[in-house]
Design a protein around this ligand. Structure first.
Ligand SMILES: [Zn+2]
Length: 255
């Protein structure tokens, strides 16, 4: 059990990383630079000062509005910061300090960014997933799951979804799964190993099916819903990382 000071550091670090992820989610799909110019109000162009950029606090103190023109600022910004902060606390709580902790925090940041971008734009940019595969494999040389499991995970994750995408296309003559999903699950496998790929697939498919059926039951949209699968992959991978081992042990207990 790490001490409270360490967890507080994790929270502050997560809030700041979340603040940067907001920039990534907003600017990357638009092809804009992540570093310059500094943050501006998208409506009036007001240049945010450092005290307008304090995670969560600035948004709350300004009542969710621009300091200058009072245009509403999306609640997505503090939500991404809080979610990233809480995930960092959870990961630091569950992981001993070392290379594995660093790789898990990097993966959390990547998954939050991909979740947000896929939800808004229905894309999973190569500029995130491909370096992600490399980073995951590099960490596996010095941290769990080890390079053999990581390599197998990348191949299995990419291979399974590529097979599903190819089969869907052969039957329906249209694209059901994007190549972005294929690369994203390969990246998840590179970070977490092949067992986690299976857990991620099961969790994301079940949650995707459950939410899809709920939407159909609520009569929103037709039978064929274009829910971005990357968002489910992100949630499934986070669950696989945080509770995958106890989950598999519990499931295996039935046999
Ligand atoms: Zn403004």
């Amino acid at each position: 059990m790490p001490d409270a000071v360490l967890l507080l550091y994790a929270l502050v670090l997560g809030l700041c990383v979340g603040s940067f992820l907001n920039v990534v989610i907003y600017r990357l799909p638009l092809g804009q630079s992540l570093v310059s110019p500094g943050s501006r109000c998208t409506k009036c162009g007001y240049h945010l000062r450092w005290y307008d950029n304090v995670p969560v606090l600035s948004w709350a103190l300004l009542g969710g509005r621009c300091r200058q023109c009072r245009t509403a600022i999306s609640i997505q910004y503090p939500v991404v910061e809080i979610v990233t902060g809480l995930l960092f606390v959870l990961v630091v709580w569950l992981t001993p300090v070392g290379p594995l902790l660093v790789s898990r925090l990097i993966l959390v940041a990547i998954l939050v960014a991909l979740f947000g971008i896929d939800l808004e734009h229905q894309i999973l940019p190569n500029v995130i997933t491909l370096p992600g595969i490399v980073i995951g494999l590099m960490f596996s040389a010095i941290a769990p799951p080890g390079w053999q499991d990581a390599l197998l995970g990348a191949l299995l994750g990419g291979g399974v979804l590529y097979g599903v995408a190819a089969a869907y296309y052969a039957v329906r003559r249209e694209e059901g799964l994007g190549m972005g999903d294929v690369k994203m699950l390969a990246m998840i496998g590179a970070f977490l190993g092949w067992q986690a790929v299976l857990v991620t697939l099961v969790l994301s498919s079940f949650s995707g099916a459950a939410i899809g059926m709920a939407l159909i039951a609520a009569q929103r949209g037709g039978m064929k819903l274009a829910l971005p699968f990357g968002t489910f992959l992100a949630v499934g991978a986070l669950a696989a990382m945080l509770v995958g081992e106890p989950l598999v042990a519990w499931y295996a207990g039935f046999f």
